[in-house]
Design a protein around this ligand. Structure first.
Ligand code: CMC
Length: 429
């Protein structure tokens, strides 16, 4: 294969180097393009732009493949768990027994929030969105852990990661308790990560909550499936913010804000809203499909489509199976929203609009149905996504840091505004 690309602009020819990835993905390296030709590339939405080289996650959207550090997501969902996957993503290899134990101990050690931080929750109105609280509280955390905000060794990064991964769970559970008007539950050092999260959310002073292994495993798998997804919007945000030299905690806090949007992590909430509207009779399935096809309606079929996957999202396939396990475990014979979701999927997959554009259910289509069955309210769904995505954000922060690339992310633009004109004094306007 040629290792160069040729570009012809206005009669001039430019030779551009080509980079080939370990899975034979080809990138035309345009780093010198402007210096050589005075031209830039234009790619709104970055659909054709590689912002970095990365060794963390591989996706083949045409084949529906997702691998973390080379290991297929199906295998990780079946054999591993969220904490092991977090370790794999951040440090590149599965932990051995001692490493796994040491990381788990750190998570236990750092689960508490500084008592003063608890008062921050009182400053939010009861109606505050938990994603707003999460982002603000992660930034606030940096004030209490300033030795760890810019980790400059693997040891401090391990502690910083353990602090973030453990405390994000405590923040999420506390914001849930605040929303419910219930007393905060402190983390229980004897519990594993997901069981502890469910305990902090659902235990009451007079009533201990113990989720069954099936439910704990289902939530663990949801977190595992969300743990990384290469250069998605929130991860790119984390990398971009970090490129300015911003600290780890504020970079992650920005990632939370980016994830909140309904086209990204917020889609899991939007899916349930859409299914509920159909259930309550405000919308029917065929109308929903028709509206999604009509660009003027401003409506999209939430939980459908993906920038990278042009095939069934492998995460959605796994989640569809977990839905059945969770419903069996909870002895729910019939869930109207699950029935509607299945019918909606069937209707969309038979429709030429969706077929022609290769639009399939994505990870958000079934995750909300499972979370809802577990008893998690809709406004917490994206928070759960954020807990899951955190290891990926940290892994990308570390990769950027270790790459030694200190170049700030700073895209250019094609200016389309006024050409030079004079200031008009107030009396002449
Ligand atoms: N409903 C209706 N039409 C759609 C949808 C949808 N959900 N998704 C894409 N399309 C259309 C789009 O309008 C375009 O049509 P045309 O070619 O006629 O202009 C065509 O399909 C191709 O779209 P695209 O360029 O592949 O879409 P994109 O890469 O710009 O957007 C997306 C990807 C995920 C934002 C989009 O599919 C969407 O809005 N989906 C609904 C929201 C959603 O479920 N988001 C969660 C994504 S997965 C988890 C995550 O990453 O957070």
């Amino acid at each position: 294969m040629s290792e160069e690309a040729l570009l012809k602009i206005n009669g001039h020819e430019y030779t551009l180097p080509v980079t080939v990835g370990s899975e034979d993905e080809i990138g035309i390296d345009i780093q010198k393009l402007r210096a050589q030709s005075k031209c830039i590339t234009l790619d709104p939405g970055y659909g054709n732009t590689g912002s970095c080289e990365s060794a963390i996650t591989f996706i083949d959207g045409e084949k529906g493949i997702l691998r973390y550090r080379g290991i297929p997501i199906e295998e990780l969902a079946l054999k591993s768990n969220f904490i092991e996957v977090a370790y794999l993503l951040i440090w590149g290899e599965l932990p051995n027994k001692a490493e796994r134990e040491s990381f788990s101990n750190q998570l236990t050690e750092h689960a508490l929030l500084h008592e003063n931080l608890k008062h921050h929750f009182e400053g939010f109105p009861g109606s505050a969105h938990p994603m707003a609280i999460l982002s603000a509280m992660i930034n606030a955390l940096s004030c209490y852990h300033d030795d760890f905000t810019c980790p400059n060794s693997e040891e401090t990064l391990e502690t910083a990661s353990a602090k973030l991964i453990s405390k994000i769970r405590t923040i999420a559970a506390f914001s849930f308790k605040m929303f419910r008007g219930e007393p905060f539950r402190y983390p229980d050092p004897k519990r594993q990560y997901v069981s502890n999260l469910l305990h902090m959310m659902f235990s009451l002073p007079h009533k201990r909550y113990d989720a069954s292994p099936v439910i704990t495993r289902a939530l663990d798998t949801i977190l595992t499936l969300h743990a990384d997804h290469e250069q998605n919007c929130s991860t790119s945000t984390v990398r971009m913010v970090a490129s300015s030299g911003a600290n780890l905690f504020s970079s992650i806090s920005s990632g939370v804000c980016s994830l909140w949007g309904p086209l990204h992590g917020g889609a899991n909430m939007a899916v349930i809203d859409m299914l509920e509207k159909i259930h309550q009779g405000g919308l029917d399935i065929s109308k929903c499909v028709e509206m999604a096809k009509n660009k003027d309606s401003g409506f999209r079929l939430m939980g459908f489509g993906h920038r990278v996957y042009k095939n069934y999202d492998p995460r959605a396939k796994i989640l569809k199976g977990i839905c059945d396990e969770v419903f069996d475990e909870l002895k729910i014979d019939q869930d109207p929203l699950l029935d509607i979701a299945r019918k909606l999927e069937e209707a969309a997959l038979e429709d030429s609009y969706f077929k022609d554009r290769n639009l399939y259910p994505n990870v958000d289509f079934y995750s909300g149905i499972i979370l809802r069955a577990i008893g998690i309210p809709t406004n917490m769904f994206t928070v759960l996504f954020a807990i899951g995505r955190l290891p990926g954000w940290i892994a990308h922060w570390r990769e950027l840091y270790l790459s030694g690339d200190k170049r700030i992310s700073r895209p250019r633009q094609i200016y389309t505004g006024h050409t030079e004109r004079s200031y008009t004094p107030m009396e002449e306007r």
